[in-house]
Design a protein. Sequence first.
Lengths: 303, 420
Amino acid sequence: MAVDSVSVGRHRRGYYLYLIPGFIGLLLIVIGPQIANFVLSFTAWKGVGTPRWIGGQNYQRLLTDDQFWGSMHNTLWYMLSMTAIPVLIGLVLASLLFDYVRDQFGEKLSSFFRAAFYLPQILPLTVAGVLWGWILNPVGVANAILKMVGLGAFAQNWLGDATYALPAVSLVIVWIQVGYCLVVFMAGLSRIDPSLYEAAQLDGAGWWQRLLSITIPMLAPEIFVVVLTTLIHALKVFAPVFVLTQGGPDDATLAPSYLTYYHFFATQRVGYAAAVSTVQMILTLGLAAIFIWYQTRQAAREA
Amino acid sequence: MTALPRLALVAATAFSLMAGTALSQDTFNIWWFEGADSAQGITWTEALEELKAAHPDVTVNFEQKTFDQMQQSGSMILNSAEAPDILEYNKGNATAGLVSSQGLLTNLDEAFTAEGWDKFLNEGQLVLSRYNELGVYGSGSIWGISTYGEYVSAYYNIDAFEKAGVNVPTTLEELPAAFDTFKAQGVVPLALGGASTGGQHLLASLAYTKADDTWIQNYQGLKEPLDGAPYLYAAQTLTDWLAKGYITKDSTGMNDDDAALQFTSGQSPVYVSGTWNLGNFSANIKDFKWGQFVIPTPKFSVGSTGNLWVIPKGSKNPALAKEFISLLLSTKYQTEQANNGGVSFGADAAQVTNPVGANASAVFKQIADKQGLGFYPDWPVPGFYDVLNQKDTGLLQGTLTPEQFVEEIKEVYDDAQMSQ
């Protein structure tokens, strides 16, 4: 017995060797820069030269920075368009495609739709951004169509008016995100025992009833993963804002990541940019921790 | 051995051979970001061909960059081993000034006389080449050389002006009067890309009409808290033009390319922007005659000498880099540049056949000779470019009053002024 346990221990120790390359990578690419970023947030630095230690001044400045708080406020919008709306649309669409379109029109059409909805995820965002820029331009496609069908009164300066810019950028984000939710949910749906649906159908449950009482509860793990990953994305949304509005007009669509980028590259307040991203990181980690704790608790309860 | 690994082996050998030859030969790496169809891009490509022909043993590697790329990460590139032997770099305190003060560039004081550049450039054309030890332009050593000029002016549709019976405005009062005539005929006279640089260039062009030497020096030199009066005038004028319909409110949703398209397609007869449009307009406007006039101003216009050729500290081929600068300054390529529609300082006027380049070079000389280059509004403060763009759109969409606009840009300016 004793001999056995020693050999197992030796085996285990041997396995640790295989973790070294990964750990070095983690250290170099994730942990190192995080620490560097945290340290930099206490300095004034122009990106070249020697950083100067200034203590908590960057954080003090954050407290009264309207741009920062504006971007935080906008993040609430981005959570809506990155997470809440795509998850709802994704659920309805996934379940429609899975048990209605597939049953009525066949596997091929359902796969086609799935691929089509996922396309925005594959399309390079810069390309999508240019296209949406053309669509939402004051003399662009959206307004042209509105005018053509006699709804010219609804034509707007979509990206250039503070009232509409945030909803317009959000719309583009929803368009991008729905595909991701849809694909994960459809994968999850194939895991659910079809007999549940058959039984419900025999009992006379309608489509909505089946969605609410079978699909959503059974998909809980997938919904959970999607909500967590998209919320993290919402907190660090950058590319759509960068390609569509550069945070404008008059900071109406500013996001924290864009503010970081702006201070890092444009104002050369690298220390301040580091402070913004440190706050952002703490929020993201906090959110993830809450979610994972909640999930573990749920899982334990179910077990 | 199966086919695939064999192929990989062949490829690997080929690559190592190529790398080997590249290393054993003399290489010259050069970057610039002027567009390939711009006057500079065309001229520089020609000059580079001559350089290649004169040095057949040197492998010349050219990389096309973008303005934004260099604006945003230029200092980091220059601070790394990846820097080329010579590059076009953005002029101004926040860019060339910063890297020169950090010792990342080669000092060109000696080369200036040794290479004979002093015969082509006067002190006025060196203002933006000189940076002191704090990286502030105007005095100190020479760190870069510009070979062309730039200025912001009003492009106008000559045919539309003639048809509407409007004369080219020569005073600031005649400008809105001209707009009014067009407006009465149902035309939005002024195309404006409020979402990008167009807004701030128009605004600064108007502000500079109320600026004197002291104001410009204080403003660009970050010497005092911002005196907002010229900007207030500009902001009020812009709001007024907006209310009268000379500019559309939609301009906040348009960038410079969209606005330029409104001009080139003939929808709007006036477009205020820089000489970097000359190549585009020469190539793409076929349906009407066009020209340019400077926004009427007592002295200052938005404009400056162009971006700088700088030689990084780690340049492995500074001699060739200097030779390239000499080529660009030579009468041959200055004339060539004007003939490609560019703004030259040293063209042989008799040899310039392109009316666009001849006119632009003449206008630049006119502004430069009266010391009227007011430079760009975003220079004094790092990041001011974006601040002006954001606040501009606020003004144009009506969420900021002219007073609030001045207050908000003053806050950023004064903050930078205090903490420099």
